[in-house]
Design a binder for this molecule. Structure first.
Ligand code: ADE
Length: 213
C-alpha cells in the first residue's frame, strides 16, 4: 500500500512514520510512505498556498489550485488511490473504517488542510472526508497520523501477533477494544494483579477478559 501525504509540514511526519510499527511496516515492504510538500505547488515567487475567503471573514483558506495540483501529482504515482480529507465536518472515523481501508488495500492520498480552512472546491477531488472526533484541531496532520496508524497496524504481518488484529476484527465500533492487562510485579504499592490472571486457568482467564472489555 502506497500512502502519500500532502502537507505544509512534512517534517512533522518524520518521527512518526520512521519509528515503531510504521517503520516496521515499511521495512517488511507492506507499506510505502511519501510526504509531499504542498508549498512546492504554491503560486508565484512566494509559493503562495492560502488566501482570504471571498465574502470576508477571519483567516486564510488553502487555495484550490495548489492542493488540486498536489493531488494530481500524487495520483500520477497511484492512479487508483483513495483521496482522504481529514475535516471536523467529515464522517466519523471509527474502527470499521480503518478495517475497510486496510482490507481494501487501496493506495491512499491524505491531504492535510491547515489554518482556518480550505476552498470547498477541493472536495471535488476527494473521495472521503473523515472527522477523528468532535473537536477542532489546527490542521489535518494529526488526523492523518491517526488514520495511517490505525490502518497500517491492521495490514497482515505488521503487528507480528496476527491474532491481535484478528481478534479486534470482531469488535464493534462502540466497544472498547481491549481488556486490561498486567505484567510484573504481581504487587506494586499494594495494588495487585487480579488473582484469576495468575491462576493458569485459561478458560477462567478468557471469561474474565471477555467480562472486562
Ligand atoms: N481537522 C481539524 N479538526 C479535525 C477533526 N476533528 N477531525 C479531522 N480533521 C480535523
Amino acid at each position: 500500500m502506497k500512502v502519500q501525504i500532502i502537507t505544509l509540514f512534512p517534517e512533522v511526519f518524520e518521527e512518526v512514520l520512521n519509528n515503531s510499527m510504521l517503520w516496521k511496516a515499511q521495512d517488511i515492504g507492506v507499506v510505502n510512505f511519501e510526504v509531499i510538500n504542498l508549498r512546492e505547488f504554491g503560486i508565484g515567487p512566494r509559493n503562495q498556498v492560502d488566501d482570504p475567503p471571498y465574502g470576508g471573514g477571519d483567516g486564510m483558506l488553502i487555495m484550490v489550485k495548489p492542493m488540486v495540483e498536489a493531488i494530481e501529482f500524487a495520483k500520477k504515482k497511484s492512479k487508483n488511490a483513495k483521496v482522504i480529507l481529514p475535516t471536523p465536518r467529515g464522517k466519523n472515523y471509527v474502527q470499521s473504517e480503518a478495517k475497510n481501508l486496510a482490507s481494501e488495500n487501496n493506495d491512499l492520498i491524505i491531504v492535510c488542510p491547515r489554518y482556518e480552512g480550505y476552498d470547498e472546491r477541493i472536495t471535488d477531488w476527494v473521495d472521503v472526508q473523515y472527522s477523528i472526533g468532535n473537536y477542532v484541531l489546527t490542521g489535518g496532520e494529526i488526523p492523518a497520523m491517526v488514520i495511517i496508524d490505525s490502518v497500517v497496524r491492521l495490514i497482515p504481518g505488521v503487528l507480528g501477533g496476527e491474532e491481535s488484529a484478528e481478534k479486534e476484527s470482531f469488535q464493534s465500533d462502540d466497544k472498547s477494544i481491549e481488556h486490561p492487562q498486567y505484567t510484573r510485579p504481581e504487587e506494586f504499592r499494594g495494588k495487585k494483579v487480579p488473582e484469576v490472571l495468575l491462576s493458569g486457568h485459561h478458560a477462567e482467564i478468557e471469561k474474565w477478559r471477555m467480562k472486562n472489555q
